[in-house]
Design a protein around this ligand. Structure first.
Ligand code: SAH
Length: 208
């Protein structure tokens, strides 16, 4: 059964939430490695990353399925720059509002979907919402790292490629350890993907 995200926000049980923007996003922004302009945060939670992007000058839309996430994000102080619009939205149901975007970000939203078809649909929504020069940065729980019986979902490189490759070109996929006070080292992927100019070409077959 699908998880009830709103209940987590009602109970304040948000092990993923951090009071600071994701260091992996900050690093890319500070390096000037991402396109500027309009940004979308999918599954924005309490809005810390969306707010950070606004303060970096982006025009940001933050969406989340959970009404209480949007409510809690909206209750925080307004960003000191850029702009931030928050909206309750199910990314699997329809292309997110306010696009197309130069930058799409998600921290731990793509990885929540157990059904491969849902992950593929997520990637298709992203592809449909990106401008031609845009980029999607996704932080995804990884099958790398030690075993654990708690914490974020784990997706393999194959899971990611199967969902994303048909819709977007994966530019980079790197492993990092999630920051925070965690009982077990928690490996994540940092994926950067770009819109496709051409479809992925057929895999080369050995000649007969
Ligand atoms: N990005 C936030 C929250 C991560 S938890 C952070 O890093 O703190 C995953 C988030 O995805 C939850 O807030 C959940 O409500 C949201 N979510 C789950 N399914 C969704 C869907 N179909 N559409 C939009 N948001 C979704």
């Amino acid at each position: 059964m699908a998880r009830n995200w709103n209940e987590s926000y009602a109970a304040g049980e948000l092990p993923w939430d951090r009071p600071y923007p994701a260091p992996q996003l900050v690093e890319l922004v500070e390096a000037g490695a991402l396109p500027r302009g309009r940004a979308l945060d999918i599954g924005c939670g309490t809005g810390t990353n969306a707010r950070y992007l606004a303060e970096q000058g982006y025009e940001v839309v933050g969406i989340d399925l959970a009404p209480l996430a949007i409510e809690q994000a909206a209750a925080k102080p307004k960003p000191s720059g850029g702009s931030l619009a928050l909206q309750e939205w199910d990314v699997l149901e329809a292309d997110p509002p306010g696009g197309p975007f130069d930058l799409i970000f998600d921290r731990g939203c793509f990885h929540v979907f157990d059904d491969p078809a849902d992950r593929a649909r997520f990637a298709e929504r992203v592809a449909a919402s990106l401008k031609p020069g845009g980029r999607w940065v996704s932080l995804i729980g990884s099958t790398e790292g030690p075993a654990r019986d708690h914490g974020p979902p784990r997706r393999s490189l194959r899971d990611i490629a199967a969902a994303v490759e048909p819709a977007l070109a994966i530019e980079s996929l790197a492993t990092f350890l999630l920051e925070g006070d965690l009982p077990t080292p928690t490996a994540f992927w940092r994926m950067i993907a770009a819109p496709r100019a051409t479809p992925a070409q057929p895999s080369t077959q050995p000649s007969a």
